[in-house]
Write a protein that binds this ligand. Structure first.
Ligand code: CDP
Length: 236
């Protein structure tokens, strides 16, 4: 497989074309962002940690029957993905109250929800990724009723697998964000990444083992992500 020209540069990743039109070469970078990109910092080693963590998680999801874009890890910072057209939705699932959900409803962080809640946010930096409902998703021609139903049920299925993976290393999966994409034939599959950048993970002592250490300045991101990776590798 040959790495070609740069196709797209996001906040934390660079996507390159390859000699196979259906495959992308993805490089994870060291940039950390918060407040929808308003705060940016280079954190040496972050790209390698997220690439290795997300690779282990996607390998596990693939082996448990979830169809994903993940093909294989190439190096500490690179992986091959199937090319998809990303659906402009951030699909968030919450098991425990935290973050924007706590703020929106005036609740304390840590309340365990009686059942998981799935939410959609419209991926649009200019609009600050607004919270939207199913009818907005349809109005914006982002997805059909059947596709919306699939996105929700697939996210709930993925939650059950992820909860198990994280619990094996002593972490509670509080919430997480997924992105899905369409293959050339229209099939919707899981894409993007699953890492402590996109998930809230709390240990038994209540420590935040995720990007909140950066967002809230409450710890060393590299130390925390390294511990998460080491524990995941040990259970492999
Ligand atoms: O993190 P914040 O409080 O701004 O937003 P949230 O809606 O509470 O985030 C819910 C989950 O989605 C957390 O695990 C975030 O890490 C993740 N998320 C993300 O990965 N990317 C975003 N642009 C927004 C949220």
């Amino acid at each position: 497989m040959e790495k070609g020209t740069l196709l797209y540069e996001g906040k934390a990743k660079k996507l390159y074309v390859t000699d196979d039109s259906e495959v992308l070469w993805v490089e994870y970078c060291d940039q950390a962002t918060a407040l929808n990109g308003a705060r940016k910092e280079q954190i040496a080693g972050k790209g390698a940690l997220n690439n290795q963590i997300t690779s282990l998680i996607f390998e596990r999801l693939n082996s448990e029957g979830i169809t994903t874009h993940f093909i294989k890890k190439l190096s500490k910072t690179e992986q091959l993905n199937e090319k998809v057209e990303i659906i402009p939705l951030e699909v968030v699932l919450r098991n425990v109250v935290a973050g924007s959900f706590a703020k929106r409803f005036g609740l304390s962080e840590g309340f365990v929800l009686p059942a998981p809640i799935v939410e959609f946010y419209y991926k649009n930096d200019d609009l600050d990724d607004p919270f939207i409902n199913d009818e907005h998703v349809k109005f914006l021609n982002i997805a059909t009723d059947d596709e919306i139903a699939f996105l929700k049920s697939e996210t709930r299925k993925i939650n059950e697998i992820l909860k198990k993976i994280w619990l094996e290393i002593g972490l509670t999966l509080v919430d997480f964000k997924l992105e899905f994409g369409r293959l050339a034939d229209g099939t919707i599959i899981l894409a993007d990444e699953i890492s402590p950048d996109t998930s809230r993970l709390w240990d038994a002592a209540g420590n935040h083992m995720d990007k909140d250490v950066f967002r809230r300045n409450i710890g060393d991101l590299i130390e925390v992500y390294s511990e998460v990776l080491a524990k995941l590798q040990a259970t492999k």
